[in-house]
Design a protein around this ligand. Structure first.
Ligand SMILES: [Zn+2]
Ligand SMILES: [Zn+2]
Length: 129
């Protein structure tokens, strides 16, 4: 498939990922990019996200029980935090896999996914501002 010509829509969607450093759902991308391009449709967002995954600009973030989010490809190993209240996903720096995990013989680990959940600072406040 030939590389699509860059459009204003596509520029706005790329800019969203430059200024938001956390995994974003298609709806979040839509809301944020629409501030730049008013008539942006959700179908355009889905298409652009798929294209950007194919072009290896983005990777999809699959979290158990949640709709896929998207983040920039090539980020270093990190984990995610899901806020149960606002449904946003945040990046956590570093790795929290402890080294005392005992693997039975013959198992070869090539990766792991760990997602934490709870409330983000905004949602954890007792009296939201
Ligand atoms: Zn929250
Ligand atoms: Zn890790």
């Amino acid at each position: 498939m030939p590389r699509q010509r860059k459009t204003k829509q596509r520029d706005a969607i790329e800019a969203v990922f430059e200024s938001n450093h956390r995994p974003l759902s298609p709806n979040e991308v839509h809301d944020l990019a629409r501030r730049e391009v008013e008539n942006l449709g959700i179908a355009t967002v889905y298409r652009a996200l798929n294209d950007m995954v194919e072009e290896k600009l983005l990777r999809s973030v699959e979290l158990p029980g949640l709709a896929p989010r998207y983040e920039k490809a090539g980020l270093k190993h990190h984990h995610h935090f899901h806020c149960n209240a606002c449904d946003k996903v945040f990046d956590l720096d570093g790795c929290l896999l402890k080294n005392d995990l005992k693997l039975p013989e013959g198992f070869n680990v090539t990766g792991h996914d760990i997602t934490l959940s709870g409330t983000c600072p905004r949602c954890g406040e007792e009296t939201p501002a």
